[in-house]
Design a protein around this ligand. Structure first.
Ligand code: WQD
Length: 339
């Protein structure tokens, strides 16, 4: 079965492509390389012994996307392609709405015309905003996200729900908590462009001397050590959840609309300082940091109740924070060796 993976050379996309290939799916990648590099494709082949078909273009180019659907019997899609920098989305809202929504709609136009189902959407726990109750399950009420990035994820979910209902198709919304880590081969990982927005890549670059010190955004939160708490999930565990979700969709022979929604996290919260200390312990390195003011738009705490995914997908995130952070450091050393 051939699966279209948009953003398939990106961080989560590339790890998911490896798991799809290891499970004997055929994979067609469309990636504009705006947040990735071509060597990732070669590394996917090194890891799996298989080379996915790759088209380097922007999904806003609907005429090129049409040709891909003409050339391949696409029977499902995992849609990762999106801009994802929360801060950047605040200063470039139109670019974010255009990119994150037009690309999705272009794919859905092809799905609609060709009666294709099995659409998996890369969503985010950000759609919950600051949830009132922890852990966060799929019945937790959504709140309008603070960031434009988060709004594009919530709007994307709404578009897909309407698509599924109107055309009786099968979709899955996967709401990631905080993906971290790298492939055990150290040949895939997060490739931050410029100054990393997210915590773990910044920690990785600080330990490597690329950044002078980590700014800890706020230690006055109502948490145990005053720093904000998140649910850090190992990227390979997250990738495996995509294959489990895809299999469930494929096996569901319903003629009616299918709308599956899963929170993908470990179920455990870790503070910023706990992540810093775990990275130092796991890798026997130092991460110099300074406490700074809170970052605009950040929430205090978010961690998942992964029970629904465990029950319905037979999936559970098994990798510890320290093990995940060990893979991050191995990846940074691989990147250092390439430069
Ligand atoms: C985590 C914690 C920061 C950097 C966002 C999106 C989510 C997903 C992941 C895309 C926060 C603190 C961070 C730093 C810090 N999007 N921090 N110093 O904001 O929870 O989630 O990114 O994949 O949809 O909402 O992740 O890693 O940016 O921040 O203190 O240099 O680390 O304040 O408390 P976040 P993050």
């Amino acid at each position: 079965m051939t699966i279209l993976v948009t953003g398939g050379l990106g961080y989560i996309g590339s790890h998911t492509v490896v798991e799809l290939l290891n499970n004997d799916f055929e994979v067609v990648i469309v990636d504009d390389l705006s947040h990735s590099e071509k060597f990732i494709l070669n590394n996917i082949e090194e890891i799996t012994g298989k080379k996915p078909i790759f088209y380097p273009f922007d999904l806003k180019r609907k005429e090129l996307l049409h040709q891909v659907f003409e050339a391949h019997k696409i029977e499902g899609c995992i849609n990762f392609a999106a801009y994802k920098a929360v801060g950047e989305s605040q200063v470039k809202p139109v670019d974010y709405y255009e990119n994150n929504l037009f690309t999705l709609i272009n794919i859905l136009q092809e799905f609609k015309e060709r009666e294709i189902s099995n659409f998996i959407f890369s969503s985010s726990c950000t759609v919950y905003g600051q949830a009132d109750v922890m852990p966060i399950d799929e019945n937790t009420p959504l709140k309008l996200p603070e960031s434009v990035y988060g709004k594009t994820k919530q709007m994307g979910e709404e578009i897909l729900i309407d698509f599924a209902k109107a055309y009786h198709r099968k979709i899955t919304l996967l709401r990631y908590f905080n993906p971290i880590g790298a492939h055990p081969s150290a040949k895939l990982g997060e490739l931050p462009i410029g100054i990393p927005n997210n915590l773990v890549p910044y920690v990785m670059q600080t330990a490597s001397g690329i950044r002078e010190k980590l700014s800890v955004w706020g230690d006055d939160y109502p948490t145990e050590d005053g720093t904000a708490v998140r649910d850090y999930i190992y990227v390979v565990d997250l990738a495996k959840a995509h294959v489990a979700a895809l299999r469930k969709l494929i096996e569901n022979q319903s003629e009616e609309a299918v709308i599956d929604i899963y929170n993908l996290g470990t179920g455990k919260g870790s503070s910023v300082l706990e992540v810093v200390k775990a990275f130092e312990t796991a890798n026997n390195v130092e991460v110099p940091y300074q406490i700074c003011a809170r970052r605009e738009g950040d929430i205090t705490i978010a961690y998942a109740n992964p029970g629904k995914a465990e029950k319905e997908l037979g999936w559970k995130s098994e990798t510890s924070l320290e093990e995940s952070l060990r893979t991050t450091w191995e990846w940074q050393k691989y990147l250092n060796s390439r430069n």
